[in-house]
Write a protein that binds this ligand. Structure first.
Ligand code: NAD
Length: 255
């Protein structure tokens, strides 16, 4: 295998993905597997039928379960090279009517859950004397800029302030831990998607049009648009890259 192929494959690496059964999580699992990694997908809710990804039930807001699941994966595979913090939720009421529980839920999953995963991963690597690791956090363009509400004409699911605040928090934690973990050779980066088209449950026609008109590249994102950056940040091609947030939004946040 030549030098470039070596940079861009994940042969022999063990990767754990949270929120692995959702839209983007399933695509991430498949792509990591196709790149050569052994993939363990975790999610709060698993599908009834098994596929070809090793799936484990895990609620990332439960610290003890995060610790024991990560340890079980390390025990089974002998390593945990890549952690993809993909699980995330949002809440869609009008902010004037947002109940405290909705706010807490988004904070708990997106921020505290992501923190528990990073904390457990780093402690596990320390205990196991594993000398390197890579973390990719999934942020959002709405952790960088506010949503344009003029887009949401036929969509009741307005993007919330708490979602954006938690994603800004995830992007910030990415920088914090990149700095903190550099000397342990654990790289921490983020990928922040723009609005991803959902083929199973398409967003409203007017929303898709209005949103696409706001994007310099003229369309919503697809899952596949995120995969190249996630694979890059997971592997050796990015061995001197840490603390970065790659915003993949067709240019929307650039104007
Ligand atoms: N879809 C988009 O347009 C978009 C845009 C920017 C960022 N993102 C981010 O991408 C990530 C994936 O989103 P998606 O669009 O695939 O959403 P999704 O709802 O399809 O998937 C999210 C997954 O997370 C799981 N999950 C929820 N709570 C959990 C918990 N407590 N513990 C473990 N798993 C839990 C869900 O069961 C689900 O499978 C999220 O972090 C999201 O914020 C999505």
């Amino acid at each position: 295998m030549n030098y470039i192929d070596n940079l861009f494959n994940l042969n022999g690496k063990i990767a754990l993905v949270t929120g692995a059964c959702g839209q983007l999580g399933s695509a991430i699992c498949k792509s990591l597997q196709q790149a050569g990694a052994k993939v363990v997908g975790t999610d709060i809710k698993l599908p009834a039928e098994d596929g070809d990804i090793d799936l484990k039930e895990l609620d990332i807001t439960n610290k003890a379960d995060v610790e024991s699941t990560f340890k079980a994966v390390h025990d089974k595979y002998g390593s945990l090279d890549v952690l993809i913090n993909n699980a995330g939720v949002s809440t869609f009421e009008k902010f004037e009517e947002r109940p405290e529980e909705s706010f807490d839920w988004v904070m708990d999953v997106n921020l505290k859950g992501t923190f528990f995963c990073i904390q457990s991963y780093v402690n596990l690597l320390d205990q196991q004397k594993q000398e390197s690791g890579a973390i990719v956090n999934i942020g959002s363009v709405f952790g960088v800029v506010s949503p344009d509400f003029r887009n949401y004409v036929d969509l009741d699911r307005k993007n919330s302030e708490v979602y954006g605040a938690t994603k800004a928090g995830v992007i910030h934690m990415t920088k914090y831990f990149a700095v903190h973990l550099a000397e342990r050779n654990i790289r921490v980066n983020a990928v922040s998607p723009g609005g991803i088209f959902n083929p199973e449950n398409p967003q409203g026609e007017n929303f898709i049009k209005n949103y696409s008109d706001r994007v310099p590249m003229g369309r919503m994102a697809n899952d596949e648009d995120m995969l190249g950056a996630i694979l890059y940040l997971s592997g050796d091609a990015a061995k001197y890259t840490t603390g970065q947030n790659i915003v993949i939004d067709g240019g929307m946040s650039s104007w």
